[in-house]
Design a protein around this ligand. Structure first.
Ligand code: OXD
Ligand code: MN
Length: 596
């Protein structure tokens, strides 16, 4: 292999992967940028690109006394969230993408997007970002290369992934890397498409600058392409946080992976601080959004977090809801679409302290206290390095990952679903995940607050036919000699007065404690027709200011509500047609028969 010298922001870098060099040339010929600049991942490069982004008005420095190393970006108001209706799985047949995905034939998609990419980078720089999803050197890590004309994307990818020369070294001459192409084009929803070509390990994203659409390692590679690779290669790519929980008498943490839909508190749970009554318990964050899980030689499921940072929802983040997130964003963080204070700091709804009298809102307009408009966009975000997190697990960078003892599925449900329930077995657990419903949030464009089925929180992220994805989960059972126990939780149930019945946040530790005690066989449970629930007295509620009635209401199983729920689940199953595994259809019938 002969090495080619390529240009970086701060000098030169040597690249010898011929396939990679040829592809960059080919894409550059199509997009016609003024220059091609490779990303080496160095501190000098970060400083130079940041200075350039400030000079170009892409980033605004925040008050260095209050937020050292932090910058602010504002997006086009038409481009503030993931666009599920413009996201496509481009498999040779529609059937492979399945009924829950938008589909385009690969040839048609390439042709359409080639039209948009042709000449799209005239007058611009094409950055070549080699990045790794997973720790450098881990056998589970996947390499991607993203070509982008957005300096904002480069700086975000520098936080969210391991990127640069070390990834080129890791890749060597291999052909096993994801080909990602991105242009913001003219940020016009009419010309916005996020297309995945699983068979080609390729992603083309055009017309957006919003993180979930353009940081191609995250949703596009780690979940959509990742889930496809997982099925082919026998592992699981999931929309799950990973946390370690260690009790005062535990020698090692117990690791839990938990799936929640977007903007339902994964980051808060992953960084949870136990309440004072559970002093001595400690929570470690391994990841807050994505888990890649494989069967280890010991027959357990081992998980890595493929990311290196947190792309979290800012509103609602406070010292009370998530002190570790507040520490994580104290420095070296990028903020997007939050509000700005007059002294150059950030602000959003749900941050503690008095509401400032005046702010600049997420669209750059003056904002006054009492205004009916939100100062920060509800899906405004922070991009923070995981190294900033005081609760970061020492295993967050471990090439082998961590062994998972429990899996939690949780939706946002104001009714029906009790606080916590354990599945009877693996296939019932898969059923609990497959039937997850959740009220929609601002993380995706569309109406907020309507219940939709979001199986395993993967509805927007499964890169192939959802029924076959369930089949893959069921088939994994045979591979996992020591499977994790599976649970369902709901922090969001409401009383008749519309108030949440369960306090949530750090108090979720009480539920997680029961979960891990169950996973270790340390505590009993009460059998119900729908699953195992805590026996009276087994949820540690000491110090919690909650009436018995409220706890009863949060944990109650109302069979009438469940009859309605089973009917809705049945409708969802129908949409998946023949691809719905019989095991799950039978699970539903069994559960319905049990409650009569
Ligand atoms: C995210 C999402 O950004 O799920 O993590 O939308
Ligand atoms: Mn997510």
């Amino acid at each position: 292999m002969s090495a080619t010298e390529v240009t970086t922001t701060v000098g030169k870098m040597s690249v010898s992967n011929e396939g990679l060099l040829a592809w960059v040339r080919e894409m550059a010929a199509m997009c016609a940028p003024d220059r091609v600049v490779w990303v080496d991942g160095s501190a000098a490069e970060k400083a130079a690109l940041t200075a350039q982004a400030v000079a170009e008005g892409v980033l605004t420095p925040l008050n260095p006394e209050k937020r050292p190393g932090c910058y602010y970006a504002r997006s086009n108001p038409n481009d503030v969230a993931r666009v599920e209706h413009l996201t496509f799985i481009c498999t040779p047949t529609k059937d492979e993408a399945g009924p829950t995905n938008n589909w385009m034939a690969p040839d048609a998609a390439y042709a359409k997007l080639r039209g948009l990419f042709t000449g799209a980078m005239k007058g611009r720089t094409m950055y070549v970002i080699p990045y790794a999803m997973g720790p450098i050197g881990s056998p589970y890590t996947k390499v991607g290369v993203e070509l982008t004309d957005s300096i904002y994307v480069v700086l975000n990818m520098g936080i969210m992934t391991r990127m640069g020369a070390r990834v080129i070294d890791m890749l060597g001459g291999s052909d096993g890397w994801n080909r990602g192409l991105h242009s913001t084009l003219d940020v016009n929803p009419e010309r916005r498409f996020i297309c995945h070509f699983p068979q080609d390990n390729t992603i083309w994203s055009v017309g957006s600058g919003y993180g979930g659409n353009v940081l191609l390692g995250k949703k596009c590679l780690a979940l959509r392409i990742g889930s496809y690779l997982g099925r082919t290669e026998g592992w699981l790519a999931e929309h799950m946080l990973i946390l370690g929980v260690q009790g005062p008498d535990d020698k090692e943490p117990t690791y839990v992976a938990a799936a929640f839909p977007s903007a339902c508190g994964k980051t808060n749970l992953a960084m949870m601080i136990p309440p004072a009554q559970l002093a001595g318990w400690k929570v470690w964050t391994v990841g807050d959004d994505i888990a890649w899980m494989r069967v280890g030689p010991d027959g357990r499921l081992w998980a890595i977090n493929p990311e290196a940072g947190y792309f979290g929802v800012a509103p609602g983040t406070s010292m009370k809801s998530n002190a570790n997130a507040m520490a994580s964003i104290a420095r070296d963080t990028l903020f997007t679409n939050v509000a700005l204070t007059d002294d150059g700091d950030v602000w959003w709804e749900g941050m503690e302290g008095p509401v400032p009298e005046t702010l600049t809102d997420w669209q750059g307009r003056p904002w006054k206290k009492g205004s009916p408009d939100k100062a920060a966009h509800p899906n405004s975000r922070f991009t923070a390095p995981m190294a900033n997190n005081p609760a970061l697990s020492p295993h967050a960078d471990d090439p082998q990952g961590v062994p998972i003892s429990a899996i939690i599925f949780g939706g946002r449900r104001s009714t029906t679903v009790p606080l916590v329930m354990q599945s009877f077995n693996w296939s019932h657990g898969v059923y609990l995940g497959a039937t997850m419903g959740s009220e929609t949030t601002a993380a995706a464009v569309g109406k907020v607050g309507v219940v939709r089925r979001d199986p395993m929180a993967m509805l927007p992220f499964c890169g192939y036919n959802m029924g076959r994805y369930f089949g893959h989960w069921l088939a994994m059972q045979q591979r996992i000699a020591n499977p994790p126990k599976i649970f369902q939780v709901n922090w969001f149930r409401q009383g008749k007065d519309g108030r949440f019945l369960w306090p949530g946040f750090g108090d979720n530790m009480r539920v997680v404690k029961w979960v891990i005690d169950r996973a270790h066989g340390r505590v009993g449970a009460q059998e119900t027709p729908l699953g195992w629930v805590p026996k009276a007295g087994h949820l540690d509620l000491t110090g919690l200011d909650l009436s018995h009635e409220q706890v009863d209401a949060a944990t109650h199983i109302d069979l009438d509500e469940w009859r309605e729920e089973f009917a809705l689940q049945g409708e969802f199953f129908k949409t998946l047609g023949d691809d719905m595994p019989a095991v799950l259809r039978l699970q539903r019938e069994l559960l319905m028969a049990r409650i009569g």
